[in-house]
Ligand binder design. Structure first.
Ligand SMILES: CC(C)(COP(=O)(O)OP(=O)(O)OC[C@H]1O[C@@H](n2cnc3c(N)ncnc32)[C@H](O)[C@@H]1OP(=O)(O)O)[C@@H](O)C(=O)NCCC(=O)NCCS
Length: 278
């Protein structure tokens, strides 16, 4: 497979891919996704005590991104729920090449060394071979606006799905999430639930998407990557819980809906999401 070519070439310069994986899961992963070889020193074994400083930095990354969303993970959830059953893939910079702002964010001492993660995608395999649950996607791109990291989360997720050799992905996100603009780059998202009381935020949706090479190239923002999509039939406002509940009733009765593509951003907290029945 030829290398990924994200439109923002900054992402290819100075950012180093890393993987957190147990020795047991490692043989199942592709450690050269799209030909991008991941250095042996950047394959991190969570069972090894020497990995602790890097894993602590992942926790800081999670706190900085999901903390404000009210969903930061305690370290044991990283270990039990992500590192043991699945894996973590992301992009990092050597500590000595970080901006002052990033150093402050990680509270790094002046002599700090080693890799500092700027993004991560966590996924866990399901029973269906090739199907992975996207558990976490985090990027410091928006918090480091001067670093020119536009597209960091999308590129990270594309690399991660390739490392996991995923052929399908399921995931959960909120109807008002910025991340929908990332996930919909994979193509139309089939709605498995539109209103989800099992989640602490019931205005979450559950989706499934088929992963192809074309989908990963689109996700990674290759300039000419375009995928076929149905026309939207309606636009669901991210506060419109009544419509989410009505869609859920239909889905439970057997109807199939997809999110067709990128949401419209109304303001910082509100979206309109394009939906079609298929
Ligand atoms: C969501 C997150 C991962 C995005 O990271 P990122 O590096 O900025 O992502 P990318 O640059 O690849 O893409 C961001 C997309 O969101 C869009 N976006 C920006 N602000 C937005 C907003 N307020 N609402 C909706 N979409 C928005 C961007 O326009 C871009 O899409 P586009 O290229 O089609 O225009 C990052 O903000 C984050 O870590 N957030 C906190 C954790 C979180 O919510 N994770 C997702 C869980 S499912």
């Amino acid at each position: 497979m030829s290398p990924l070519r994200p439109e923002n070439s900054n992402l290819l310069q100075g950012l180093l891919p890393y993987v957190v994986v147990t020795p047991e899961n490692r043989p199942h992963f592709d450690l050269a996704p799209f030909g991008l070889a991941i250095a042996e020193a950047h394959v991190i074994d969570p069972l090894h005590t020497g990995s602790a400083p890097f894993l602590e930095r992942l926790e800081t990354l999670d706190g900085a991104t999901f903390g404000p969303e009210g969903m930061p993970m305690p370290r044991w959830v990283f270990f039990d729920g992500a590192e043991l059953p699945g894996g973590i893939v992301g992009l990092a910079r050597p500590a000595e090449n970080l901006s002052a702002r990033a150093r402050t964010l990680f509270k790094l001492p002046t002599d700090a060394a080693g890799l500092v993660p700027l993004s991560m995608f966590i996924a866990i395999p399901t029973f269906e071979p090739g199907e992975w649950m996207g558990h976490n996607l985090a990027s410091l791109g928006p918090m480091l606006p001067d670093a020119g990291l536009k597209g960091l989360a999308s590129y990270t997720k594309a690399l991660g799905l390739a490392v996991f050799r995923a052929r399908k992905q399921i995931g959960v996100t909120q109807w008002n999430s910025t991340a929908l603009a990332v996930h919909t780059r994979l193509g139309p998202l089939e709605l498995l639930s539109a209103w989800t009381p099992a989640h602490s935020e019931p205005w979450s949706l559950t989706y499934r998407v088929t992963i192809t090479e074309a989908a990963l190239r689109s996700l990674a923002r290759e300039p000419e990557a375009e995928l076929p999509r149905p026309e939207p039939e309606r636009w669901v406002h991210s506060d419109d819980h009544a419509t989410m509940k009505a869609l859920q009733v239909e889905i439970e009765a057997g109807a199939r809906y997809v999110i067709t593509g990128r949401p419209r951003i109304l303001d910082h907290e509100h979206l309109e999401v394009p939906v079609a029945r298929v």
